[in-house]
Structures are given as C-alpha cells and as structure tokens.
Write a protein that binds this ligand. Structure first.
Ligand code: SER
Length: 320
C-alpha cells in the first residue's frame, strides 16, 4: 500500500488541532504536515512538521505539495457563520477560492483524497427543522451556508467530472476542550463550560429554547477519519453527509452542567447570532452516513458534559 502524506490547511482551528494530532497517530507524525496562516497552536508546537501557509496562496500550496510529496489534503481554513456575516465578501472569497484551488490541485497532482468540511449551515429556514433529511430543501441564508452548499456542489462536480475522491461531512456545532472555536453561532456551547468553571455563571447569546444539533469533538474526529478510510464504493453521495449526535438548547446544557456545578446559573441576551440559529435545523437525520460507512456517535449531552468539565478543570489547574 502506498504511504500517504497528508497536508492540513488551517490546522490551527478548532477542528484542525485535534484532527492533526489524531491523523499523526494513524499515519505517523512525519507524514502529516500541519499548516496555518498563524504561528503553531500550542498543542502543535514541537508535535511534528509545521509550516506557515495562507490557504488563499495557491502557488505556495502547490509548491508545498510538490516539495513534500503530498498525497492527501484536508482543507479546513474558513470563515464561520458569525464572522462571515460581518464580512460576507471576504467569507465568500476565502471559503470558495481556497476550495476551488485545492480541487484543481487535486486533479493536477492526482491526489488520492481530499477532505473539506461542510456544515448544518447549508440548511435554511425553509428546510424541515426536525430530523432534517440528507436531501431536502436547501436555501441557506448566511454567506457561510451559501459557501458551504456551493462548495458541496463543486466537490460533487470535481468527483463526477475528474474522478477526484473528495469527501465531506455536514458537521453540527462542535464542542471541544483542547482547541478553541472561533466565529461560530454554536460557540456558546463551548464558552458555557469555561464560564461555568471560572465564574459559575454564563450569559448565552442564544435564547433558552434554541435547539441546535451538536457533537463532541472526539466523535467528529473519529467520524472524519472513518469517512476518509471507507472504501470509495461506499460513498453513495459526493455531496457532504449529514452527521448527527445530539441536540440541545442553552437551557438543557445549563441543566447538564448543574449536575456537576449545582450553583451554576445562566441568563440570556440573544444577539445577531439568534437569527442565524433560528434558520438552522433543530435535529439532523444522518441515516445515510450510518448506512453507507457505519457512522455512530458515542457521546451524548451528559457524557460530553462530564468529560468536558473534567478535562477543562485539569487544564485550568495546570495553567495556574
Ligand atoms: N459551528 C458552525 C458555526 O456555528 C456551524 O458549522 O458557524
């Protein structure tokens, strides 16, 4: 079997840090080159090969692919939903241009596989909100969602036209303790754990009964690697797969935290992100992912909350 050499673009983000560490365990440290526009995230410092790379710089990316003999790219650089609404043109440019030049590179350099994340943000207010199917009405209202849906179509196009093996998942909100989220509408569900431990109170920027699909990062990373390792004939769609684990509201995550920190309190001050959340599904039907390549989540709200609080507490103790 040919040895894979993986390039991660946007390795310093919430998914990138943990995916880099996980892929290094599978493929060997030296076979996973982490890159980002910024200096290495603390967890990636001294953990393996690292280079500064701007995802928009197609020539530099191409040169790195040649120099390192890259066979697979994970393109994770993007502006997320909340940041995207503040600067729609920039979000469109970054999210689309980096994808199309990576797909071109994939064809040109005959890469074996490309991974590119999509999101529940592809759906919009006209989509059925409960158990949203894999194929349904898709009319995103955020620039992030528009770029993700257009991107899925481009991935499908490159697969059909040039046989490029590009794979994708529609992640729900991702909750992690190792790496920090940035610019998302679902980020409240990470902040709340930090604030619960630090101040025993949290003001949520989403209202108390706003249900959104969510997932613990451990599940997301395992699912991503499982998707990428599944035989190509099991990929029945070349759009992104719906992926689901749990759904909860700010009120429910607060109650899960109160099981560990009984005097934790929450209040609500919805901001512009409320409208984004209101346009997204409350729960997702991921039966296609389960049937086609065996996806199965492990964590629910209670097991995730216990794990998050345990690890964040340890991390806070280490930094004092
Ligand atoms: N977590 C993302 C966001 O909130 C959704 O993909 O933007």
């Amino acid at each position: 079997m040919k040895q894979e050499k993986i390039l991660i673009v946007g390795a310093g983000g919430q998914i990138g840090v943990e995916l880099t560490l996980a892929l290094r365990k599978v493929y060997g440290t030296d076979n996973v080159i982490a890159t980002d526009i910024k200096e290495a995230h603390p967890l990636l410092k001294d953990s393996g090969p690292y280079a500064i790379l701007n995802a928009m710089d197609a020539a530099a990316t191409h040169a790195l692919v040649k120099k390192e003999g890259i066979t697979q790219i994970y393109l994770l650089a993007a502006l997320l939903s909340a940041t995207g609404e503040k600067n729609p043109h920039k979000a469109w440019e970054i999210n689309m241009q980096s994808l199309i030049s990576t797909l071109d590179l994939g064809v040109q350099e005959k890469l074996t596989k490309i991974y590119w994340p999509s999101s529940i943000a592809v759906f919009g207010p006209t989509t059925p909100t409960s158990n949203t199917p894999q194929q349904t009405v898709v009319e995103p209202r955020t620039v992030y969602g528009i770029s993700k849906y257009a991107g899925e179509l481009w991935c499908q196009y490159y697969n059909q036209r040039w046989g490029l093996d590009v794979r994708s998942l529609r992640y729900p909100g991702l909750i992690s303790w190792k790496s920090e989220p940035g610019g998302g509408t679902t980020d409240y569900a990470v902040e709340i754990y930090h604030e619960a431990l630090k101040h025993k109170k949290y003001t949520s920027f989403l209202s108390e009964n706003t249900y959104l699909p969510m997932m613990y990062m451990d599940d997301a990373i395992r699912g991503t690697i499982e998707l990428m390792e599944a035989p190509a004939e099991q990929m029945k769609t070349r759009m992104a797969y719906n992926l689901s684990a749990m759904s909860f509201s700010p009120k429910e995550i607060a109650a899960a935290i109160q099981k560990h920190i009984p005097d934790f309190t929450i209040d609500y001050a919805p901001d512009f992100r409320q409208a984004i959340a209101d346009g997204w599904p409350k729960s997702i039907d991921d039966s296609a992912a389960r049937a086609d390549w065996g996806w199965k989540n492990e964590f629910d709200l209670d097991s995730m909350s216990a794990d998050m609080l345990k690890h964040l507490k340890e991390k806070m103790l280490q930094t004092v």
